[in-house]
Design a protein around this ligand. Structure first.
Ligand code: FRU
Length: 459
């Protein structure tokens, strides 16, 4: 089907490429005041293909500058998702005197050839000019296990000077996160694996693993992020997480839920459009910042925008906060522009006792809208975009998505809603629950009407 509306409204604070296709964030890295965002892109088109690593930088995580392609596809391989590190100890030996190497670890995705089957293996590229230009390592691939479903390496340094590199990647179809270690980014040793566990209806993709201190305690727990497509909580692609321990080689989850009901698992987002989210390496002060791809594989190739297609989420700071039962849960807070007028956002306090039912209607004043309903009886929050503008470019797009209302018996809940042209991000109860949704209205939504008792402040 062809798009019904050509949307020219481009988000201002959500990264979009000038005129190409975009999927996963890759190689999120902070170095000397600059945030680097690499990403999956098609340099020659606005649908998935020719997959290469694009590159953008920002000093505030809101205004991004797009640069030349960092790692282009070749006749032999596409450059699938991965991560980047600053090799400050020059463990790989790529840096000369006075130089510091950025090293990207990406998946070499090779199509089947005459007598060779398709393969996915892990490769390196390095930059000696802070990410402006990149060279593929001549010894690629550095990790090949003879698989066609082995991808998305996230690499970080574990420990102090006598530490080692850790790679988490997926054996996608086996629904397994595999963990490797290395002294030099070049030779890798298999250490352990995690999974299958919890949501396993789709292939596992884009893992991440990082420590977070638990708010109000002296504890540190490790968070394992696992994207999955399809079978996400809202349908299509979605992202789950596990909280546990990591000793440098093995991740152990604190709780494994013996239920096949997906609502009992921990999801990073309950909307349709938050996928492949990973965190930045090397952000100062122990802050953990993540970016996700604000789309869904169900319809990503068909969304009605031109000449770009897809956007990233806002950067989100994640923290771990114990819930009423003491179970640490991820909370997310968006990084917003300094100039608050650049984005439309609302803070709304909504009653949610039994019997309360409130609907917040986001619109441009006309018929097209996104409706957010807080239901005190069912203890749920739903986001309904069935009449949000262009919806018929794909049958699964006009969705009503549901999230649990956090807290067992709270009587009020705070919603923070950010709207940026085609992306709506809903943060519930200090970001304990989030819903991220694309919309394609003919005019950007800037108004919030409340049906019921809720109190609205325009941020
Ligand atoms: C996730 C994903 C990754 C893969 C990349 C290809 O969205 O499927 O597993 O590396 O996209 O573009």
């Amino acid at each position: 089907t062809s798009p019904t509306t050509a949307v020219s409204h481009r988000p201002v604070a959500h990264f979009t490429t000038r005129d190409t296709w975009l999927n996963d964030p890759n190689g999120l890295l902070y170095y000397e005041g600059t945030y680097h965002l690499f990403y999956q892109t098609n340099p020659h088109g606005s649908t998935w293909g020719n997959i290469s690593w694009g590159h953008a930088t920002s000093t505030d995580l809101v205004a991004w500058t797009e640069h030349d392609i960092a790692i282009p596809f070749t006749a032999d391989e596409m450059a699938f998702s991965g991560s980047a590190v600053v090799d400050v100890r020059n463990t790989a030996g790529f840096a000369g005197p006075g130089q510091t190497a950025f090293v990207a670890v990406y998946t070499s995705a090779r199509p089947p050839r005459d007598d060779e089957p398709a393969s996915q293996s892990q490769s390196l590229a390095y930059s000696l000019d802070e990410g402006q230009t990149w060279n593929r390592y001549e010894g690629n691939p550095v990790l090949d296990i003879g698989s066609s479903e082995f991808r998305d390496p996230k690499v970080f340094w574990h420990g102090s000077d006598d530490g080692h590199w850790v790679m988490v990647a997926v054996e996608a179809v086996a629904r397994r996160v595999v963990i490797y270690t290395s002294p030099d980014l070049i030779s890798w040793t298999r250490a352990s694996h995690f999974g299958p566990a919890h949501a396993t209806d789709g292939v596992w993709e884009c893992p991440d693993l990082f420590p977070l201190s638990v708010a109000g305690t002296k504890d540190t727990r490790w968070v394992l992020i696992v994207s999955m497509n399809p079978g996400g909580i809202a349908g299509g692609s979605g992202t789950q997480y596990f909280v546990g321990d990591f000793d440098g080689t093995t991740f152990t989850a604190d709780r494994l839920i013996e239920s096949d009901d997906p609502t009992t698992y921990d999801w990073l987002d309950y909307g349709r459009d938050y996928y492949a989210a990973v965190s930045f390496n090397d952000v100062p002060d122990g802050r953990r910042l993540m970016i996700g791809w604000a789309s869904n594989w169900d319809y990503a190739n068909e969304t009605p925008t031109h000449p770009w297609r897809s956007a990233m989420s806002l950067a989100r700071e994640v923290t771990l906060v114990p819930d009423e039962e003491g179970i640490p849960r991820i909370h997310q807070r968006p990084v917003l522009p300094q100039d608050s007028s650049a984005l439309t956002s609302f803070t709304v306090t909504v009653p949610c006792a039994p019997g309360d039912r409130q609907t917040l209607v986001l619109s441009a004043g006309g018929e097209e809208h996104l409706a957010i309903t807080v239901d005190g009886d069912h203890r749920s929050i739903t986001s309904d975009r069935t009449r949000s503008g262009a919806t018929d470019f794909h049958p699964t797009f006009p969705s009503i998505d549901r999230a649990p209302l956090p807290g067992a018996d709270t009587t009020e809940v705070e919603l923070f809603v950010v709207v940026d042209a085609t992306i709506v991000e809903i943060y519930v109860d200090g970001g304990r629950v989030t819903l991220t949704e694309q919309v394609f209205p003919s005019e950007p939504f800037t108004q919030l009407r409340v049906e019921g008792e809720a109190r609205v402040g325009r941020a």
